[in-house]
Design a protein around this ligand. Structure first.
Ligand code: SIN
Length: 496
């Protein structure tokens, strides 16, 4: 039974939302809201792993910081990055205590892998290539069993309740109701923005809801131009969510070939296939341009086939479903949208510019990633900052509100806004992709502004309306940030 008031409302059930909830003390009443089921999130699709140091080690910490800085083109916020790395050991061990089972060798030592931009093997993984799934499954079991946490699934938060720059809670759409829920603090953990592009590794729930809501409420949003494209998603002719082929495949020795069958990364970066992700995606883009092609290939035929099947069972089986046996055949791949580096600006405790409003995970901009995220630092960000947010909230005095929450029964419309969604995806894919020019950005800005205007003049109380409204809002934020940054840096590449 839902209450009208909670101490903490957490919006989103990926690694950020689950881990934050679990670290809130038992005497605080928490509501965890999920737009779908709690196991559906971008985090659950994470393959490669989670970067970090299991044991405190200053030299190892420094190398991790240096790699993150190099990948992020030195735009990283140094105190935030130091926090991320120095607090990795404590939080990774806590994750293990929550029941997460990382892959081990025969002697029981946790196995570590490498991905693009890492100078060392420091990435923990689970189920071979199903790290996110294992983390979400283990944390979800704990959350379900914790008495102070209520879970509300299939419910979309449509706006924050904010008065005088103070967040008082959220307005939620359930199957047949709109209702306000008041809370002392609210934490946005709503994930990414992949749906604004035609092709993305994100699930379709990633419509940028938290960023759009926070923006409407007046929160500071930053660095939205830094949209990271993952170099190797399985290439198909149909548009839509694309299956990720983890960077760990290159970390274990996979090569990239162009359609003429030649390796090419040595032409672009001394780290070749293990260059930071922005550089690999930009190099593939260039190679596809030069070879008049829409994909390149990932080649693991030289690696032991039993090793591939055991180390990457999810990827191996999914490629087989698409008709490719990766142990014998080349895997067609192309870069697609993967991660929003920017988002809601937060401080070292995950607090936004609105009082009592926090943000964690992909929807926030803690500054740790700079202009391009180092592979597998994102799950780490969710747990380190989730722990800090919870610690901060645990010290809060409970607010007592004298307001009566609004509850309205609704008859939901059947509108699906599919045409407008497709229009946004089309314009973003075409004009705000890996390579950008002012001319194309202005074209995209005009179209998205028109769409946003139309939506604002014809408001509807239904999930599809709010999703498309949020998509248009974040698309415009990306375009405007991209127009403001004239130079090429990290994953923002201007050819003019
Ligand atoms: C991957 O496994 O390549 C993705 C991991 C990440 O996004 O950091």
């Amino acid at each position: 039974m839902l209450k009208d008031y909670y101490d903490v409302v957490i919006i989103g059930s990926g690694a950020a939302g689950l881990y934050t909830s679990l670290n809130i003390i038992n005497n605080k009443k928490v509501l965890l809201i999920s737009k779908d089921k709690i196991i559906v999130s971008n985090s659950s699709l994470a393959q490669g792993g989670i970067a970090g140091e299991l044991h405190a080690n200053d030299e190892a910490y420094q190398k991790h910081i240096d790699d993150s800085l190099l990948a992020g083109s030195y735009l990283n916020n140094i105190p935030a990055l130091r926090t991320l790395v120095y607090e990795s050991s404590h939080n990774l061990n806590k994750l293990i205590n929550f029941g997460v089972k990382f892959d081990k060798d025969e002697e029981g030592n946790i196995l570590l892998t490498r991905e693009g931009g890492h100078s060392e093997r420091r990435i923990l993984h689970a189920g071979g290539d199903a790290t996110g799934k294992e983390i979400i499954k283990s944390l979800a079991v704990q959350v379900i069993n914790k008495e102070n946490i209520d879970i509300l699934e299939d419910a979309m938060v449509v706006d924050l309740i904010v008065e005088n720059n103070k967040c008082l809670g959220a307005g939620v759409l359930t199957q047949d109701q709109y209702r306000e829920i008041y809370s002392t603090v609210t934490v946005l953990c709503t994930g990414g923005i992949g749906e604004i592009y035609k092709n993305s590794t994100n699930p379709t729930v990633a419509t940028g809801d938290g960023i759009a809501m926070a923006y409407r409420a007046g929160a500071e949003i930053a660095n939205m131009e830094f949209v990271q494209f993952h170099p190797t998603a399985f290439f198909r002719h149909e548009n839509g969510p694309r299956f990720l082929i983890s960077e760990a495949v290159r970390g274990e020795g996979g090569y990239l070939l162009n359609v003429e069958g030649n390796r090419f990364m040595h032409k672009y970066h001394h780290l070749c296939e293990l260059a930071p992700r922005d550089k690999v995606s930009q190099s593939i883009y260039r190679e596809m341009y030069d070879t008049w092609s829409d994909h390149v290939y990932l080649d693991v035929r030289h690696l032991d086939s039993d090793f591939i099947k055991k180390r990457f069972p999810t990827i191996y089986n999914r490629c087989l479903e698409y008709g490719v046996d990766m142990t014998e055949e080349l895997v067609p791949v192309a870069p697609v949208e993967h991660f929003s580096v920017g988002g809601i600006s937060v401080d070292l405790n995950g607090h936004s510019s609105i009082e009592n409003l926090y943000a964690n995970g992909e929807c926030c901009d803690s500054g740790v990633h700079g202009a391009n995220r180092l592979a597998s630092n994102s799950l780490l960000e969710c747990i380190v900052f989730g722990g800090r947010i919870a610690k901060n909230i645990n010290d809060y005095q409970v607010e007592v509100y004298d307001k009566l929450p609004l509850v309205q029964n609704l008859k939901l419309s059947n509108y699906n806004y599919r045409n407008i969604k497709n229009q946004i995806k089309d314009i973003m894919e075409r004009n705000v992709g890996i390579v950008r020019t002012e001319k194309n950005l202005i074209l995209a800005e005009d179209t998205i502004k028109g769409i946003l205007n139309g939506l604002e003049n014809d408001k509807r109380t239904c999930k599809a309306y709010y999703e498309v409204y949020n998509m248009a809002t974040v698309a415009l934020l990306v375009i405007e940030s991209a127009l403001n940054r004239k130079e090429s840096i990290g994953c923002h590449y201007r050819i003019d």
